[in-house]
Design a protein around this ligand. Structure first.
Ligand SMILES: Cc1ncc(COP(=O)(O)O)c(C=O)c1O
Length: 410
């Protein structure tokens, strides 16, 4: 449940931080994390989370994951560095992703992290590292690709029925210091209806790996791609019903519980949520700077942009908080538009109600793929402020010119 914001509060924050900022609620993130893991543990006790850094790599959030015993799911050396600088032990890092910096892969492997192999080319590179460091046990995973009925032919990982899968498993089973800790798969479609097939495909693959190669991975990771909490207005635009964490858990974790009933050394079920835990933990606030009428249409322009929220094609959940109390007007079908020069930079289409310059639009569900996807287009990005404690905490200061331009030669 989002903390209530008032015009007085936003006016104070805007005096300190400027006319646009993100409001983080780290406690909501923690609550989501705990609720999600609990939903899965209801059916299967051995569950853990590898948090998808790409979704929102704010250090405060990744530290919460670490404190709660979760893993870091990273897909680049940049993200690995975020984990390390946030104090995450390499042993708690799992590196996914289709293209990896092999120098950094070596560092992670030699310090106990897990690298999920995505192609036979990568497998060969890792073999060379393994042969060069015979005294080190290297933890690897294999990214698996199988049919889940979602209509997508995924480009990630190994076709579990293909020759390359056989080759990578054979390589791991015959290389003494390669230790298969992980099987992993991720499917982007968020509907829970595919989650039974996800779990069953993984369980089938596990059985095959045990039977054919004598390998027994400790973690079976079935990826992210879950819906999180959101208001009904967003659900109806996305065309989804009231999907809960339990809808995923009961399909996947139940299948695990049945498969490993009475098995003592059953593997852990891992999930890789991003949006499901981060989505509703951040709002974006932006002040209305101008209101004008052009050929009969009202446009209210804010000092934020659609680029700040990375949601398009829908009207994101929004409330208007009165900050400008004078010269209020009542508008019908006004578009609330951003600072960029893109015609389509519309944060809210056809808003009807009361408005004034100095009001704030507060857009909800901005926690995933927003901050991390904001390009340096026309303006640098705005600060991020956590409003969970007694005091507001600056999580990220507003970016300035030099933050973005010191890599250019002027
Ligand atoms: C491998 C992997 N895991 C987890 C996620 C997180 O997915 P989401 O934010 O949809 O939960 C992604 C997103 O692309 C991913 O590629």
């Amino acid at each position: 449940m989002s903390k209530l914001v008032t015009g007085e509060m936003l006016n104070k924050l805007s005096d300190r931080f400027g006319n646009a900022f993100y409001l983080l609620e780290s406690k909501a993130f923690e609550q989501n994390y705990n609720d999600l893991i609990k939903a899965f543990k209801t059916y299967y006790p051995k569950v853990n989370i590898a948090y998808s850094y790409k979704t929102n790599y704010t250090p405060k959030l990744v530290r919460i994951v670490d404190r709660l015993g979760g893993y870091a799911e990273v897909v680049s050396d940049m993200e690995m560095e975020i984990a390390l600088r946030s104090g995450v032990s390499p042993k708690q890092i799992i590196w996914n992703g289709p293209v990896k910096n092999m120098k950094k892969v070596k560092e992670l492997l030699l310090t106990g992290g897990t690298v999920n192999i995505d192609s036979i080319y990568e497998a060969d590179q890792i073999r060379i590292i393994a042969e060069s460091y015979p005294e080190h046990q290297l933890n690897v995973g294999v990214r698996c690709n199988y049919e889940v009925g979602d209509g997508v032919l995924s480009r990630f990982g190994f076709d579990v029925n293909g020759e390359d899968f056989d080759a990578v498993m054979s390589l791991i089973s015959t290389t003494p210091n390669l230790h298969l800790v992980n099987l992993q798969a991720h499917f982007a479609k968020r509907s829970p209806e595919y989650w039974t097939a996800r779990a069953e495909g993984m369980l089938k693959t596990y059985d095959k790996v045990v039977a054919n190669y004598g390998l027994k991975p400790e973690r079976l990771d079935i990826g992210g791609g879950m819906y999180g909490r959101m208001p009904d207005s967003l659900r109806s635009q996305l065309g989804i019903g009231n999907v809960t964490y339990d809808d995923y858990a009961k399909r996947a974790a139940k299948a695990f519980a049945e498969h490993f009933e009475n098995v003592e050394d059953a593997p852990f079920l891992f999930i890789e949520p991003g949006s499901a835990v981060a989505g509703d933990c951040m709002r974006f606030v932006s002040r209305i700077e101008t209101i004008k009428t052009v050929r009969g249409k009202v446009f209210a322009t804010v000092i934020g942009s659609q680029k700040n929220i990375s949601m398009n094609g829908i009207n994101p959940p929004m409330e208007i908080v009165a900050g400008g109390v004078e010269n209020r007007i009542t508008v019908e079908n006004a578009d609330i538009v951003g600072f960029t020069c893109i015609e389509g930079d519309v944060l809210q289409k056809n808003y009807s109600g009361s408005l004034a310059v100095g009001d704030y639009i507060v857009i909800g569900n901005c926690g995933s793929y927003s901050l991390v996807m904001k390009p340096p287009f026309i303006l640098p990005n705005f600060p991020v402020i956590d409003i969970c404690g007694e005091e507001v905490e600056v999580i990220k200061r507003g970016e300035c010119f030099d933050d973005l331009f010191h890599t250019f030669n002027f």
